[in-house]
Write a protein that binds this ligand. Structure first.
Ligand SMILES: C[S@@+](CC[C@H](N)C(=O)[O-])C[C@H]1O[C@@H](n2cnc3c(N)ncnc32)[C@H](O)[C@@H]1O
Length: 213
């Protein structure tokens, strides 16, 4: 039995029911396994740039879902024929953007969990014609951003790109805690600030204090 980590549980909750689900950079393949097991998808696709990682996922899925999934050693979505929902999780935002730029197709539904540079991911999604349905920070040991989108038109304000629209609207516990931690670090940095960087630190502090007030 697969016991999912807290981060994976939250990712799984944000995935919708679909026909063909693709996990890009699937590593061990747990999410695709769960999507099939819970009947949240009819078929699954697993991809990874590393043949070694994909082999682990292949072995896991083959036992219970032989014939219901296909696997590709590939860069992102290159060579993948079709999926109506795609997950890209646990990678940096710049790699995620590269994968979307080079994809052979863009899916109807997409769930992204960037490890950093989330603002670049949000901008790319809106530019590529996605409506962002959910965009918030959660805590599962560390803090993570998760972005859930569907094809459609959207407009984001500059601060929404920076912080995530639902974080600004809802000011959830995880977002407030993460921002408070950043504020404390900046306040500490301010104590030893030089003439050159003082103004920059003060500006960043002002933005963060303003966003969670
Ligand atoms: C840190 S792991 C994250 C695994 C899993 N998605 C998760 O959220 O835990 C990153 C995985 O993505 C794969 N990867 C990195 N760049 C990739 C790319 N351009 N295309 C496909 N897979 C990639 C790595 O080989 C690795 O298995």
């Amino acid at each position: 039995m697969i016991i999912l980590s807290e981060r994976f549980k939250i990712i799984l909750d944000n995935l919708k029911k679909c026909e063909v689900f693709a996990d890009v950079g699937c590593d061990h393949g747990y999410i695709a396994y769960k999507m099939l097991e819970l009947k949240k998808c009819r078929n699954a696709i697993i991809t990874d740039i590393s043949a070694k990682c994909l082999k682990k996922a292949d072995e896991l899925l083959k036992k219970d879902f032989d014939g219901r999934y296909s696997s590709f050693v590939t860069d992102g979505l290159k060579g993948v024929p079709y999926a109506d929902e795609v997950l890209i999780a646990g990678m940096g935002g710049e790699i995620i953007v590269e994968i979307l730029d080079n994809a052979d197709f863009l899916p109807e539904k997409i769930v992204l969990q960037p490890m950093k540079n989330s603002e670049k991911v949000r901008k790319t999604l809106v530019e590529k014609g996605y409506f962002i349905e959910r965009d918030y920070t959660f805590k599962a040991g560390k803090f993570y951003d998760i972005i859930v989108a569907e094809k459609g038109k959207d407009e984001y304000r500059e601060e929404e790109y920076l912080f995530g629209r639902d974080n600004i609207r809802e000011k959830g516990e995880a977002f407030k805690e993460q921002t408070s931690n950043k504020i404390e670090k900046l306040k500490t940095a301010l104590k030893t600030a030089t003439e050159e960087n003082r103004e920059d630190i003060e500006k960043r502090l002002f933005v963060l204090e303003d966003i969670i007030k």
